[in-house]
Design a protein around this ligand. Structure first.
Ligand code: 4LM
Length: 407
């Protein structure tokens, strides 16, 4: 579906999937706000339902506005096709419910977004789909005859750990194992997992793809045959269908993804450097810092280092609460990737439902705060964060380590 691959990324972000509306010439893709489509004759209806003819039937299966968004994402991720869902969780649950069977095992490289973790534990485990969380270095040896999927986020939510996509792809090569990368944090502007041999890419399109905090959506990009299977099982039968208006908002959002991401990266890089050495800060987790344990890897698989960072504060939960309550430009809210800056405390919000053991193993501590750095003026954002850090009483804090990712 990536018809314009000859063009560069920013051009494809603007143009692909879209063009003058065939019916009216409308320049902006119309919002096809319709549940069903007339097929005109009994014969054509039968042909559409049997798959002998192509066309729209019913908006749970396909809609022209949504199709434009799917086509654009397939182009940007460099995949054959893509299919959209009503949320990131709708996409991830459709993927796993469609492709995994009782007795299958999924290997995860954690941490994962709390919702994905909950899906694996609360929904899939009771159906006999077993999940094992493994370290990158253990991966080749951890694969068992039951392993059907390897699933990861990179950078991870909320620790900004980077997983090695080439290593994951190599571990699964030649085996009946699907590799899946949640590319929500990086976006295809910074990382295109299929270029590293990953089979399937999932997104919470709620985040950077939409970009404006006004839509909840998900999308899966991958090989055409697999996407068709996901559309007919995961979408058609499970039913987490994206609305036409949401698709319109996403089409508009994705057009500016390249320029937004540049600004998110500029601001996050400046903020990460600007808070290093502050006495309230024990560690800054940002893949763009040379101290980050996977900085070199991030440099290999990311064009830049993204708009997300996490601060480990001395003083645990009380320090995190004081910091968050002093922020004025950052909105305290979950979600991320909006033009507005957002801040949250993962241990009590997005990752609250993780088993305590998993939170510990992945260093999602009580002193960790996550910042989604927006596109406001970077100097104003740094001022806001530094003022809030100053308000955190750090009298008993040890000297700052300037570490990243490990302390
Ligand atoms: C959050 N995240 O972290 P929907 N994959 C990743 C995510 O961060 C999320 C989803 C999937 C947050 C939401 C409250 C890496 C969500 C799930 O929220 O279902 O579109 O995506 O703040």
């Amino acid at each position: 579906m990536s018809s314009e691959r000859r063009h560069r990324f920013a051009t494809r972000a603007v143009h692909d999937g879209q063009g003058p509306d065939p019916g009216t010439g409308a320049h902006a893709t119309p919002i096809y706000q319709t549940s069903t489509f007339s097929y005109g004759s009994h014969a054509r209806g039968a042909a559409l339902f049997s798959g002998d003819a192509e066309g729209y039937l019913y908006s749970r299966i396909g809609n022209p506005t949504t199709r434009a968004f799917e086509t654009k994402i397939a182009s940007l991720e460099g995949t054959e096709d893509a299919v959209a869902f009503a949320s990131g969780m709708g996409a991830i649950s459709a993927l796993m419910l469609s492709l995994l069977r009782p007795g299958d095992e999924i290997l995860t490289l954690g941490p994962l977004y709390g919702g994905t973790d909950g899906l694996l534990r609360d929904v899939l485990a009771p159906y006999g789909i077993r999940r094992r969380d493994v370290d990158d270095t253990d991966l080749p040896g951890a694969i068992s005859p039951a392993t059907r999927m390897i699933y990861l986020e990179t950078p991870t939510n909320p620790t900004l750990t980077i997983h090695d996509l080439d290593l994951v792809a190599a571990s699964a090569r030649g085996k009946d194992i699907l590799t899946v990368a949640d590319n929500t944090f990086a976006t295809p502007y910074l990382t295109r997992p299929v270029e590293h041999g990953i089979d399937v890419v999932v997104h919470s399109a709620t985040k950077y793809l939409g970009g404006h905090g006004d839509v909840v959506a998900g999308v899966i990009a991958g090989p055409a045959e697999l996407v068709t299977e996901l559309r007919s099982h995961g979408l058609r039968h499970v039913g987490a269908v994206l609305g036409a208006f949401e698709s319109f908002l996403l089409l508009r959002g994705v057009k500016t993804l390249p320029i937004r991401m540049e600004r998110h990266c500029d601001n996050a890089e400046a903020l990460a450097r600007g808070v290093l050495g502050h006495p309230a800060v024990a560690a800054v987790h940002y893949p763009g810092l040379p101290q980050h344990p996977q900085h070199a890897l991030a440099g290999r698989q990311m064009a830049r280092f993204g708009g997300m960072l996490a601060l480990e504060l001395h003083g645990g939960a009380p320090a995190a609460a004081r910091f968050l309550d002093r922020l004025t430009l950052f909105t305290q809210a979950v979600s991320l990737g909006d033009v507005e800056s957002l801040a949250t405390h993962p241990a009590s919000t997005t990752h609250q439902l993780l088993e305590p053991e998993a939170r510990n193993r992945h260093s999602i501590s009580d002193g960790l705060v996550r910042l989604s750095v927006g596109i406001e003026d970077g100097a104003d954002l740094l001022d806001d964060v530094l003022r809030a850090l100053d308000a955190v009483r750090a009298s008993d804090a040890p000297a700052t380590t300037l570490a990243s990712g490990t302390s």
